[in-house]
Ligand binder design. Structure first.
Ligand SMILES: [Zn+2]
Ligand SMILES: [Zn+2]
Length: 141
C-alpha cells in the first residue's frame, strides 16, 4: 500500500472518531472509539511504525485508555459477576453497552448493583472501566 492510501484510511477513521465524539459518550461509543483507535494503530504499524507497540511490554494493551478516568475492574471482581442465560427473548429490555435487546439463550451478567448486560458486552466494558455504565457503581480495581 502506498503512503497516500494509508493516510487516506487513517483520515477516514479519524473522521469516524470525531463523529462519535460529537454524540453522547455512551459505553458503546467509547468501545467503538477504542476499536477505531486500534485500527489506526494497525494502519500505522502496517506503514512501518512498529515501534508504536514495542514501547510497552508484550501482551499489554497499549490502547488501554487507563489515564486515570478509566480504571479497569480486577479479574477477581469480574469473576464474581452473576451470570444467567436469557430463558426467552426480552424485547423490552436492552443492554446499555450495545443497545440491543436480549435474545433467547444469550449469556447475561449482572453487576453487584443488579444492572444487567450481555456477558460479552459488560466484560469488554469492565476491561476499560470498573464503573457500571448505568449507575457508575464501582467494581474493585
Ligand atoms: Zn450488549
Ligand atoms: Zn449499575
Amino acid at each position: 500500500m502506498t503512503t497516500e492510501v494509508i493516510l487516506g484510511r487513517i483520515n477516514e477513521l479519524l473522521q469516524h472518531i470525531l463523529r462519535e465524539l460529537d454524540g453522547d459518550m455512551t459505553a458503546a461509543a467509547i468501545l467503538r472509539i477504542k476499536e477505531l483507535l486500534r485500527q489506526i494503530v494497525g494502519e500505522l504499524e502496517r506503514a512501518g511504525l512498529r515501534r508504536l507497540s514495542s514501547t510497552r511490554t508484550a501482551g499489554q494493551d497499549y490502547l488501554d485508555l487507563s489515564d486515570g478516568r478509566f480504571v479497569p475492574a480486577s479479574s477477581e471482581a469480574m469473576a464474581r459477576l452473576r451470570e444467567t442465560t436469557a430463558e426467552e427473548t426480552r424485547e423490552d429490555e436492552e443492554c446499555a453497552v450495545c443497545l440491543k435487546s436480549y435474545e433467547e439463550g444469550v449469556e447475561i451478567s449482572a453487576m453487584p448493583c443488579s444492572h444487567e448486560f450481555h456477558d460479552g458486552c459488560i466484560r469488554r466494558w469492565l476491561a476499560i472501566s470498573r464503573l457500571c455504565p448505568l449507575c457508575r457503581f464501582a467494581l474493585q480495581a
